[in-house]
Ligand binder design. Structure first.
Ligand SMILES: C[S@@+](CC[C@H](N)C(=O)[O-])C[C@H]1O[C@@H](n2cnc3c(N)ncnc32)[C@H](O)[C@@H]1O
Length: 293
């Protein structure tokens, strides 16, 4: 049996021009296991090409000749392992994605949060798996609304939006709060007028709004250092990369972090399963409220 046949038989398609000595099925599986153990991200065999193309530049940069050597290196070197994980996250996102969530936030959740803020109670929101911040700023603009004077009800009070992601480049992008102006095309124009400054072809998010935001690196699978008591959690299009036990554990932890009556917004293909089903009620399309209906 040729090497090519052996690889094909193992459901692993070798890449034209790439020797199995450089990148083999065993290498793919080793990377798959490392990424799963650290980040919970599932890489099925069909992602072998993606793993190659995302990691080949890192392998080259590291000076290693083969993936096997590079894998030995990432087992020992925390910094290099972190680069590998960064490279294998998928950070696709855009402003006002799944707009019905922002409509619900504006019409249902926001009035409750405004009453809370006006009463001097803390308001806490979390964008978990925020990627480069498009979700975060869509959320923040929606919360503040188009009227700057009305927004003082939040800005002058104890209101904080936490945004977290595992990938360093995503966290850096979210902190920078600058986007191509064109990227805001789906955001309601009155929100853009109030909270965004156009500088050449760039959108700069207003510093006032950024003042209520904290962006941090956080692995959702690890410990969560923040206190419980969130009013709203957005975790959208993150759990699609996880297997069912990881999803169920994560949703149960989100439910635990929410205040009674708090809202959880998840991605269009996701759902609340496991134990959390007993304490979360579906109140809209992929929108859950803590408490039984
Ligand atoms: C496809 S993006 C979703 C962004 C945004 N929530 C949205 O819906 O547009 C998924 C994000 O989840 C992050 N992610 C994946 N695994 C993670 C983990 N274990 N902990 C924290 N973030 C993770 C990735 O880095 C990526 O930025």
């Amino acid at each position: 049996m040729t090497m090519q046949q052996a690889l094909a038989e193992n459901n692993f398609t070798p890449f034209p021009g790439i020797s199995a000595q450089v990148y083999s099925r065993k290498d793919f599986e080793a990377v798959r296991d490392i990424v799963y153990d650290i980040a919970g991200i599932v890489l099925p065999p069909g992602k072998a090409t993606l793993v190659y193309s995302r990691l080949a530049p890192l392998v080259r940069e590291s000076g290693q000749q083969t993936f096997a050597r590079y894998i030995d290196m990432i087992r020992k070197d925390d910094g290099e392992r972190r680069k590998t994980i960064n490279a294998l996250t998928t950070n696709h996102t855009f402003f006002y994605r799944e707009s019905h969530h922002f409509e619900h936030l504006a019409n249902v959740t926001r009035p409750m949060l405004m009453a809370k803020a006006k009463a001097g109670k803390p308001v806490r929101i979390w964008s978990a798996g925020c990627s480069t911040g498009e979700e975060l700023y869509s959320l923040a603009m929606t919360l503040l609304g188009p009227d700057k004077r009305e927004a003082r009800a939040f800005l002058d009070k104890d209101v904080m939006i936490l945004a977290t992601d595992l990938a360093d480049h995503a966290v850096a992008g979210a902190k920078a709060a600058r986007y191509p102006y064109e990227a805001l095309k789906d955001v309601p124009p009155d929100l853009v007028r109030t909270w965004v400054k156009k500088v050449d072809d760039e959108a700069h998010i207003a510093p006032e709004l950024c003042g209520m935001i904290r962006v941090k690196r956080l692995n959702l699978l690890g410990p969560w250092p923040m206190q419980r008591g969130f009013d709203v959690i957005f975790c959208r299009n993150v759990m699609i990369y996880f297997d069912q036990p990881t999803k169920d554990r994560l949703v149960a932890r989100f439910a635990d972090q929410l205040l009674p009556g708090g809202h959880l917004y998840i991605g269009h293909s996701e759902r609340v399963g496991g134990d959390a089903q007993n304490i979360m009620s579906l109140v809209g399309s992929t929108i859950y409220r803590k408490g039984k209906a």
